[in-house]
Design a protein around this ligand. Sequence first.
Ligand SMILES: [Zn+2]
Length: 63
Amino acid sequence: MYFDPVCHKKINKEENSHKILYQRKFYFFCSDKCQKEFEKNPKKYYWEDVRKLKIPKDEKGSR
Ligand SMILES: [Zn+2]
């Protein structure tokens, strides 16, 4: 499961064609609009994503 870094929606990557490669990582988007938003200001969303990666793992099991 992936999250749209712009609007934080869940993305099912099999069904989604809105993706870009940035900093050697794929980012998925719910729509063209979000993708463009990311392209306009990738650093903003890129850093948000980095912050999220620091969330402790136990959040996964808490539903
Ligand atoms: Zn979105």
